[in-house]
Design a binder for this molecule. Structure first.
Ligand SMILES: O=c1ccn([C@@H]2O[C@H](COP(=O)(O)OP(=O)(O)O[C@H]3O[C@@H](CO)[C@H](O)[C@H]3O)[C@@H](O)[C@H]2O)c(=O)[nH]1
Ligand code: MN
Length: 365
C-alpha cells in the first residue's frame, strides 16, 4: 500500500534550482488545493495555470504562489483564430502554457498528482529530480546497463565506448506514478484494483530509434531544445479521440530528438497519482486511438527527416506534411491534426519570435 506524503511542511528546504528559468504548467478544471502539499517545492517557482472548461468559473489559487492564469477567453484573445489548435475540455490545453512561457524549462503536473514518498518514507521533491535529469546528459546511442551513468554512485560500465561518454543534451525528463498508474481504459477495466506500489530507483535514457508512451502527468522538458514539438494534439470537444494528446507529443518529440541528437529520459521521479479517471469515459475517448495507433506507430517508426531540418520547427513542419500524406488516409482527423500542427508552430513563432529553439540546436546528430 502506498500513501502520499501529506505532511510536507517538514520537508527539507532545498535551494530552488532554476528558480527563474523554469515554469510549472498546470491544466485544471478543478481547484488547486493540491498545491498546499507541493508548497515547499513549488512556491519559489512561477506557475502557469491553464483553466479548462467554463471560463466564467473562478479557480482559487492558494496564497503565496506567483502565477499567471489563462482561461479559454484569454487563449482566444491571445491567439485569435490560431486558438483552434488548442484543445478545449481536455488536459491537452496545457500546451498553451508551454507556448506562453518565457522560460527555458517547463515542468507540467496534473492537479490530482500528490507528493509521493520514497521507500524510506521521505517526501519526494519531484521537481528537484527532474532538474537533475534534465541538467545531466543522456546516452541514446549506446545503452548503459548500470542505468544513468551520471548519477552519484554509478558510472559507465566496462565496454562502454569512451567516445560516447560525453552523452548528449537532455531534452525531456519523463516521471512516473505511484498508486494509480497511467493505464489505458481496457487495462483499467480489467484491473480496477491494481495500484502501482513498486518504486524503481532508476533513470534510463530511451535509446535512439525507440518510441515510448509519453504521459503528461509528471513531465519536464527543455523548451529551447524541444518546446515546439510539445504540441499536445487536438483532443476533447469536437474531436474523435481523447487521451492521446501526450502520446502524440511524445511520438513527435522522440522522432525529432533522435534526428537532432537529443536525449529523452524516463524513470524517477515518482508522484502519487491520487485518483483514477472514469474508465468508461476513457474508453469512449480512447477506442479509436487504440486501433489507429496500430498504423500511427509504424508511421513514426519509419519517419525520417531531411538534413535541412536543423531546427525543431523545421522538423515539426516536415512531420506535419508526412502526417497529412500518410495518416490522412487512415481518417480525416489526421488531416485536421496535420493542419493544427502547422497552426501550432505559427502560433509558437508568433509568441516566441526570437526563441532559442528558432536557432539550430547544438545536439550531436
Ligand atoms: O477536460 C479536462 C479534464 C481534465 N483536465 C485537467 O487535466 C489533468 C488530468 O485530468 P485527470 O486527472 O482527471 O485525468 P487523467 O486520466 O488522470 O489524466 C492523465 O491522462 C492523460 C489524459 O490525456 C494525461 O496524460 C494525464 O493528464 C488534471 O489536472 C485536470 O484538472 C482538464 O484540464 N480538462
Ligand atoms: Mn489523474
Amino acid at each position: 500500500m502506498v500513501e502520499p506524503a501529506t505532511d510536507t511542511k517538514t520537508a527539507a528546504k532545498v535551494v530552488p534550482l532554476l528558480k527563474d528559468e523554469l515554469d510549472i504548467v498546470i491544466p485544471t478544471i478543478r481547484n488547486l488545493d493540491f498545491l498546499e502539499m507541493w508548497r515547499p517545492f513549488f512556491e519559489p517557482y512561477h506557475l502557469i495555470i491553464v483553466q479548462d472548461g467554463d471560463p466564467s468559473r473562478t479557480i482559487k489559487v492558494p496564497e503565496g504562489f506567483d502565477y499567471e492564469l489563462y482561461n479559454r477567453n484569454d487563449i482566444n484573445k491571445i491567439l485569435g483564430p490560431k486558438a483552434s489548435c488548442i484543445s478545449f475540455k481536455d488536459s491537452a490545453c496545457r500546451c498553451f502554457g508551454y507556448m506562453v512561457s518565457k522560460k527555458k524549462y517547463i515542468f507540467t503536473i496534473d492537479d490530482d498528482c500528490f507528493v509521493a514518498k520514497d521507500p524510506s518514507g521521505k517526501a519526494i521533491n519531484a521537481l528537484e529530480q527532474h532538474i537533475k535529469n534534465i541538467l545531466s546528459p543522456s546516452t541514446p546511442f549506446f545503452f548503459n546497463t548500470l542505468y544513468d551513468p551520471y548519477r552519484d554512485g554509478a558510472d559507465f560500465v566496462r565496454g562502454y565506448p569512451f567516445s560516447l561518454r560525453e552523452g548528449v543534451p537532455t531534452a525531456v525528463s519523463h516521471g512516473l506514478w505511484l498508486n494509480i498508474p497511467d493505464y489505458d481504459a481496457p487495462t483499467q477495466l480489467v484491473k480496477p484494483l491494481e495500484r502501482n506500489t513498486r518504486y524503481v530507483d532508476a533513470v534510463l535514457t530511451i535509446p535512439k530509434g525507440t518510441l515510448f508512451p509519453m504521459c503528461g502527468m509528471n513531465l519536464c522538458f527543455d523548451r529551447d531544445l524541444i518546446g515546439p514539438a510539445m504540441y499536445f494534439g487536438l483532443m476533447g470537444d469536437g474531436q474523435p479521440i481523447g487521451r492521446y494528446d501526450d502520446m502524440w507529443a511524445g511520438w513527435c518529440t522522440k522522432v525529432i530528438c533522435d534526428h537532432l541528437g537529443l536525449g529523452v529520459k524516463t524513470g524517477l521521479p515518482y508522484i502519487y497519482h491520487s485518483k483514477a479517471s472514469n474508465p468508461f469515459v476513457n474508453l469512449k475517448k480512447e477506442y479509436k486511438g487504440i486501433f489507429w495507433q496500430e498504423e500511427i506507430i509504424p508511421f513514426f517508426q519509419a519517419a525520417t527527416l531531411s538534413k535541412d531540418c536543423t531546427t525543431v520547427q523545421k522538423c515539426y513542419i516536415e512531420l506535419s506534411k508526412q502526417v497529412k500524406e500518410k495518416l490522412g488516409k487512415v481518417d480525416p482527423y489526421f488531416d485536421k491534426l496535420a493542419d493544427a500542427m502547422v497552426t501550432w508552430i505559427e502560433a509558437w513563432d508568433e509568441l516566441n519570435p526570437s526563441g532559442a529553439s528558432a536557432k539550430a540546436t547544438n545536439g550531436k546528430a
